[in-house]
Structure formats: C-alpha cells, structure tokens
Design a protein around this ligand. Structure first.
Ligand code: DP6
Length: 311
C-alpha cells in the first residue's frame, strides 16, 4: 500500500482552452501557486478490479478510468484499489482535480515502481487534468511549451505569499472546466483575443514573480482572471460560476487594496475567491472576507510543496 499527498494550485495566469491535438495540452502558457493549506490524500493498493473511493464513497469516474487505461498502454499496472480524500470542497473551484491527479500519479509511480522522474509525473498528471501538471511541484510553477511539463519559477521560501480562500458555496459545479473551456473556445467572440494576450500576460506574471513585485503580480493576475471570466460569460450558453458573494468579495478585496493592504483576488471555475496577500495583510484580509455577507468559510494557506509519497 502506498500513500501520496498533493495540494491544489491556483493559477495566476490561467489556462482556459486546449490545443486541438492529443495529450491534453493547454492552448496558452500558464502559471500557478501551490497551496499547502488544502490537501488530497491518495492511497493505492493492488486489487482484483479497479475500484475508486472518493471522500469515503465508491465512485465511477470515466475520466479517471480512461486515464488509467492510457497509463496501461505504456506500463504494467495491475488492477488498483484507489482511495482518495480531500480536506476541502471537491469539484467546487478549488482545483481538486489538480491535486487529485498529482497525488494519484505520485502514488502509482511509487507503488508500481514505474520509475518516472518529476517531469514525467507532471506529463502524466497533465494527461489527466492539465492543471494537475503544476501540482507536482511546490511554490510558483509554470506550464509552458514545448514540453508542457511543470517548471519551477520560485520556491515558497523565496517569496512566502499567503492565500485567504473565501468559500461562498460547497456545491460541486454543474459544468466541468474541461467542458466549459471547450465551449468558450468554440463560441466566445473573445477567444482569439485571449490567445493573442496570453504570452504577454505570462511574461508579465513571470517577471513580477522573479522581481517579487507584488503590485505588478496583482495587476496581471486580476486582469488575466477577469479576461478568463469574460470568456466564460460570453460563451454560448453562458458560463457563470460566481455567486453574489463572489462579486462582493472581489469588491471587498479592491477596497482593502485602496486602504493600503497588499492583496489581490483570483477566481477559477467556481464561486470561491482566492485572495493572495503579502503576509502582513493576511489577518486583515481574512477578517474582512469572513464578515462579507454570503461567505460561509475561510481557509487560510501558505504556499506549499509539490506532490510526495508519505509511506
Ligand atoms: C480555471 O485543469 O481542471 O482552474 O485539463 O480539462 O482537467 P482539464 O481542466 P482543468 O482546468 C483548470 C482551469 C482553471 C484555470 C487553471 O487552473 O489554469
């Protein structure tokens, strides 16, 4: 039996749209931070047939089964009993598929002695869910062509930012990221502009991380996030992942910044707001978001490590 841990990551320059070829390749370079405060624990052991348990309940997951079958085209992997649990809401815009596939390939690699190095683990994680490629590493992580395997831009020790997550709903989303981004690619009139701006946003985000320029990172990350949500809103049928409380939290973050706090927001395909802060502002930001109407929980997180085997 092998147990691996992995953390979700949140993108500061987003991936929303795939290339039209095999391998689950993003259309644009993207970068993220890995969150230590949320954890997926995945246990793998030999079974008689494949059996998946998610958060204590047997689950049928065609995406996971398809990925496992593809892995078996290359490696000798026996039937597996896979038991995975998240200490945070699943499929609700908190990147549970990212930490899920990162923990899973890490556990299978060790359990079945596949001999994959970190780059290859990232490659296999990406085939399951592209954002999962980034959760193989900790700190600040980029996913860029031509390999599309995660590369580290900086460690969590080099720039110890903090994240305050304002949870506004615990419900699983009705349209998955994969389905949503395909809808945007095919129908949003802004998709071409998204592709056009991607390299510039990625370069600006990487430079800000390299320079530890918080205001610079705030500017590019907030605008990039809102560009992605503009794609979602202008898809047909429209995609709207926000609750009224999500909008209230974004307004609150902007107001806190006006008051001098070092904070910016980002939002993924879900209603939760992630407020990224310099450590000196995290307490004030957490208190302010906690009292914003509609916020049901606050999760605080430092940046953390990549996926790893624990037993
Ligand atoms: C909004 O990685 O979940 O979180 O590759 O289809 O599994 P698939 O999509 P996924 O999409 C992540 C979308 C995002 C932005 C990001 O993490 O870059």
């Amino acid at each position: 039996m092998t147990i691996a841990h992995a953390h979700p990551n949140i993108a500061l320059v987003k991936y929303w749209g795939k290339q039209e070829k095999a391998g689950n390749l993003p259309a644009t370079p993207n970068l993220s931070i890995t969150l230590a405060g949320l954890t997926t624990v995945t246990q793998v052991e030999d079974g008689t047939t494949d059996h998946f348990v998610l958060n204590g309940e047997t689950s049928q997951d065609p995406k996971l089964q398809g990925w496992l079958n593809t892995l078996r085209d290359t490696f000798d992997v026996p039937p597996l009993h896979i038991d995975t649990g998240n200490d945070f809401p699943t499929s609700a815009g908190l990147a549970s598929s990212a930490s899920g596939f990162a923990a899973l390939i890490t556990a299978i690699n060790a359990h079945c002695e596949l001999g994959l190095n970190q780059e290859m683990c990232s490659d296999w994680a990406r085939k399951g869910s592209a954002s999962a490629a980034r959760s193989i590493l900790g700190g600040f992580v980029a996913l860029v062509p031509p390999q599309w395997q995660a590369v580290r831009l900086a460690s969590q020790e080099q720039w110890p930012l903090e994240v305050v997550v304002a949870v506004t709903s615990n419900e699983a989303k009705s349209v998955s990221s994969g389905e949503g981004m395909e809808r945007s690619r095919l129908t949003s009139p802004y998709y071409k502009a998204w592709l056009r701006d991607a390299a510039t946003d990625f370069a600006a985000g990487s430079q800000a991380i390299n320079d530890k320029d918080f205001q610079g990172l705030a500017a590019v990350a907030e605008l990039n996030c809102l560009k992605m949500h503009s794609l979602m809103l202008t898809s047909q049928p429209t995609l709207s992942y926000w609750t009224p409380a999500s909008v209230a939290c974004m307004d609150r973050v902007r107001a806190l910044r006006e008051e001098g706090e070092d904070v910016f927001f980002t939002v993924d395909a879900g209603p939760q707001i992630k407020a990224v802060c310099l450590p000196g502002s995290a307490d004030t930001v957490a208190a302010a978001l906690a009292e914003t109407p509609g916020v049901i929980d606050i999760i605080r997180s430092p940046l953390g490590h990549g996926a790893r085997v624990v037993t």
